[in-house]
Design a protein around this ligand. Structure first.
Ligand code: PLP
Length: 480
């Protein structure tokens, strides 16, 4: 007996037949041939799989016109860039999965001309010969923080790795057990330490480490005392950490530098905006650390980068390490970092114009106003799918910064009726552009703190589209 599937396989149109189809022929005039052929192969492969797995296939499904339509859809998907803008309605300001910090308009304005032209990236215009790419930000970092010297690399993970490799390879680094952190995306202090070739000497306990613990661990092989900011969690209760200043004093006594991995590393004191105090970069330097490392795209609100500041001799050694060439910062990042840092010269401007800082500092009243404006755009809808309300809630700073800080916020809240909260979340995620919202208490929440003013119309349109959706039948039957 012959396999009934063979008859179906024979009905699948050929690649040549599809290429001659008017719609696909039309697509060839605007799309690269390779892309069109790839789309055809993918659609045909999917059809073969369906038959092979005995899933129901009708003759209609295998008609040239039907397959050609699938190919056109596939071409549209394949020709779209993978990396695209999304609307962050999650309320997490420094959202690592959504690209952390938005660059300020002033920074963006610089991109076109600099990226499209040559620059003095590594050229001293004064002397007419090779210069250093780090000079473009080092002067600013020194001016803003009082550091003796500074350099920048690809990200803070690289800054920590490079600093440890330079200052402690083959020797010992003393660190508290309470600070052996893991940061999202598999950055773990013990692992980075191993990669750097330094030997980790753990002291103290998870909740308590005393100065005498550090002192007892210091030996002839000790190269560094390391402090790591526990940026994404907090141990509360019966706890004790050695203050940085004490650690520096101990280090001085034994001629050993202290390294402080600050993580988010803010330049402004957030407590003046009514927030929990985060140690600033300036404070770490004032207390006499050897080197301090932090990210460019967390609380600083700039591009992804790792910043290393500290004593001249240590920073020079780090800069001269061969490994720094492999971790070096790209010119676009450098440009964005310089422009972001320039904004910090006027802290009021920084808080107003650096998006990360602006969003963290929004007052509750201004968020209520925003919610009111977005709400007004979707108020007169006639739908059985959901109702729209405003409610209070909390946003997060994110990015492993200020983990305990609750930021009071205003949310636009879609209360499910014909559509479920999960269903609406998924539809918004598949919107163009995608909108990332959160589901809380079986409601869909849109946090005003992270939705940009220019995105209000987009969000309103997506909500209106949700209102037009035909609710799935089974749900309607369950909720007559
Ligand atoms: C975030 C963080 C890092 C890693 O920084 P990236 O810029 O993400 O590479 C390292 N250490 C601490 C304490 C951090 O918070």
């Amino acid at each position: 007996m012959s396999d009934p599937r063979q008859a179906l396989f024979r009905k699948i149109p050929s690649v040549d037949l599809l290429l001659a189809h008017p719609e696909i022929d039309g697509a060839l005039s605007t799309q690269p041939r390779g892309l069109v052929i790839r789309a055809i192969h993918e659609v045909l492969e999917a059809a073969r799989k369906t038959i092979q797995m005995d899933r129901p296939v009708s003759d209609d499904d295998l008609e040239v016109d039907t397959i050609a339509r699938d190919v056109i859809t596939r071409i549209a998907v394949l020709s779209m860039p993978s990396l695209k803008n999304v609307v962050n309605a999650s309320g997490v300001v420094v959202h690592t999965n959504l690209g952390r910090s938005l660059l300020a308009d002033r920074v963006l304005a610089k991109f076109g001309s600099l990226a499209g032209g040559y620059s003095n990236l590594e050229y001293s215009l004064d002397q007419g010969h090779r210069g250093s790419r780090y000079t473009h930000v080092e002067y600013l970092l020194r001016e803003l923080t009082g550091a003796e010297a500074g350099m920048v690399v690809n990200n803070n993970a690289a800054a920590v790795l490079l600093s440890l490799e330079t200052l402690a390879r083959g020797r010992e680094v003393v660190v508290s057990r309470g600070q052996l952190v893991e940061i999202g995306g598999a950055f773990r202090i013990p692992d980075v330490m191993r990669k750097s070739g330094a030997r980790m000497v753990e002291v103290g306990t998870t909740n308590k480490t005393h100065l005498k613990d550090y002192e007892a661990a210091i030996g002839p092989d000790t190269a560094l005392l390391l402090k790591v900011h526990t940026s994404n969690f907090q141990i509360v209760g019966f706890t004790e950490e050695v203050p940085l200043s004490e650690l520096v004093k101990l280090g001085r006594k034994h001629g050993i530098p202290v390294m402080d991995d600050l993580g988010s590393g803010c330049l402004l004191d957030f407590s003046q905006y009514g927030m929990i105090r985060e140690p600033t970069v300036q404070e770490a330097l004032d207390q006499g650390v050897g080197v301090v490392t932090f990210s460019g795209d967390k609380l600083l609100g700039g591009p992804q980068a790792g910043i290393i500041l500290g004593q001249s001799d240590l920073v020079t050694a780090i800069r001269e390490n061969q490994l720094s060439r492999a971790l070096r910062i790209d010119k676009l990042t450098l440009l964005a970092l310089e422009e972001t840092l320039r904004m910090y010269r006027d802290p009021r401007m920084a808080v107003k114009d650096i998006p990360t800082l602006r969003m963290i500092c929004y007052s509750y009243e201004s968020l209520v106003e925003s919610a009111e404006r977005l709400h007004a755009l979707v108020r007169d809808m006639d739908t059985k799918n959901f109702s729209v309300e405003q409610t209070d809630g909390h946003s997060k700073v994110g990015g492993g910064a200020l983990p305990l800080q609750e930021l009071k916020t205003r949310l636009l809240c879609l209360i499910p009726a014909g559509l479920s909260a999960q269903g609406m979340e998924k539809r918004l995620r598949h919107n163009t552009p995608p909108i990332i919202a959160r589901v809380e208490k079986d409601r869909l929440m849109l946090d005003m703190r992270t939705i940009q003013e220019k995105e209000f119309q987009t969000v309103a349109r997506a909500i209106k589209a949700l209102a037009e959706v035909q609710p799935p039948k089974d749900r309607l039957e369950r909720n007559p």
